[in-house]
Write a protein that binds this ligand. Sequence first.
Ligand code: FAD
Length: 153
Amino acid sequence: MKVDVIIVGSGVAGTLLAFRLLDKGLKPLVISDPSKKKASLLAAGLINPIVFRTITMGWRTSHCLKEANSFYTSLESKLSAKFFNPCDILRIHGSEEEREIWEDKKHDPDFASFLGEGVNPENYSWLKSNHGISKLKGAAFVNSQNFIDALSL
Ligand SMILES: Cc1cc2nc3c(=O)[nH]c(=O)nc-3n(C[C@H](O)[C@H](O)[C@H](O)COP(=O)(O)OP(=O)(O)OC[C@H]3O[C@@H](n4cnc5c(N)ncnc54)[C@H](O)[C@@H]3O)c2cc1C
């Protein structure tokens, strides 16, 4: 069998790379050692645009989020499965300083579409929050179990 690319490792990275190569008309071969650990089986599945504490943006965040949105959605139809869920995340601020940085950066055009308003802690009384809770917009949640089942990881 002729293959164009050999990928070592059948976690989420190797498996999704194989799908991308197939989309480009290439033939990948994925090989993996099942005796090795696989972090993908433990992942919580959060896609978070912001590095908390310092409130900084990941590398090419907007581009990656757009790409994740279209890629995961098309993968869902290809695999007839549902695992990709755009959502908000509630950030329980770790310190007063972090909350102040959040409030400051909320007005920066690069951050405005992600850093939302503070929420009323009384509505989330089961959460312990000494420094307030804010809403992070534009995040997503990949249902790990559905995703793993669909990819047969
Ligand atoms: C508890 C936990 C929670 C997490 N939550 C999140 C989250 O919410 N959001 C997020 O983005 N990330 C999260 N992560 C990180 C995420 O799980 C990893 O970044 C991701 O799964 C890495 O995927 P991978 O395919 O590179 O590696 P892996 O899933 O580890 O796959 C590696 C593959 O390579 C194979 N392999 C290894 N060595 C060899 C070898 N010598 N020969 C052949 N095959 C080999 C293994 O068998 C495996 O199949 C979390 C991680 C953990 C542990």
